[in-house]
Design a binder for this molecule. Structure first.
Ligand SMILES: [Zn+2]
Length: 237
């Protein structure tokens, strides 16, 4: 029985370890997704800034074209001024020229303001793009790390499954059934250590007599409270 108990203890340790690996493996894809979302959000932010720069650039080109056409109109009007014979017509044309000049000057101011804005936005975009590259490298490194960890965990889990199968082959079927049954009601834990008269599974006190017996016997003893198989673990050693 002593040997069987030792195997049961080992089996429990391996299966608990496998359970922890399972939990980690479940968490890693969540971590990966969070990482991805964070990076994508930043990419979108940079993309929005890029679009903004593009839109201001386009606006500036339009204003440039508007200014050019305004200047041509002004030039043509000035040329026509020499052909005018009547004074009244001449005066009205001068007024027209004045209006054109005013409009062109306003467009010029707008072009200058757009150039300023464009320069500011382009500088900000450049900084953001540099940060994006740094983040991209960090993101890819982190991704790789998670992928490697997933592979390592898969390997560890395979190891656990193999060991657990080996152990199970050396444990009598009747005992294994009992182990599985307790595991089923004990939230996956059937074998626990007891120390200082306390059950390591339910953390309740054990009767002193039972605790004494546990330290001497090789028989299978279960916790009167949680029904798990208990074994004495000398933590002073
Ligand atoms: Zn217990």
């Amino acid at each position: 029985m002593k040997e069987h108990l030792a195997r049961l203890i080992e089996l429990q340790k391996i299966e608990s370890a496998a359970g922890r690996i399972h939990t980690k493996r479940k968490n890693l894809p969540v971590q990966m997704k969070m990482l991805e979302e964070e990076f994508n959000l930043f990419c979108e932010c940079v993309e929005t800034q890029r679009e903004q720069v593009e839109s201001v650039r386009k606006h500036r080109q339009e204003k440039d074209a508007q200014l050019q056409s305004g200047q041509e109109t002004l030039k043509r009007t000035r040329e026509r001024l020499f052909e005018v014979k009547k004074n009244k017509e001449y005066q009205s044309m001068l007024k027209e020229i004045e209006i054109f000049e005013g409009k062109n000057s306003q467009t010029e101011d707008e072009v200058i303001a757009l150039l300023d804005e464009l320069e500011r936005l382009e500088t900000a975009l450049k900084t953001k793009e540099e940060e994006l590259e740094i983040r991209r490298r960090g993101y890819e490194e982190e991704r790789k790390k998670i992928e490697e960890e997933m592979n390592a965990l898969a390997g560890d889990l395979d190891g656990c499954v193999r060991k657990s199968e080996e152990l199970r082959n050396d444990i009598p079927a009747e005992l294994l059934r009992k182990y599985e049954q307790i595991k089923g009601v004990g939230r996956g834990v059937a074998v626990v250590a007891a120390w200082k008269e306390v059950c390591g599974g339910c953390h309740m006190s054990l009767p002193p007599q039972l605790y004494n017996e546990l330290q001497k016997t090789t028989a299978l003893i279960t916790c009167p409270n949680c029904s798990r198989i208990i074994y004495w673990e000398n933590r002073n050693g």
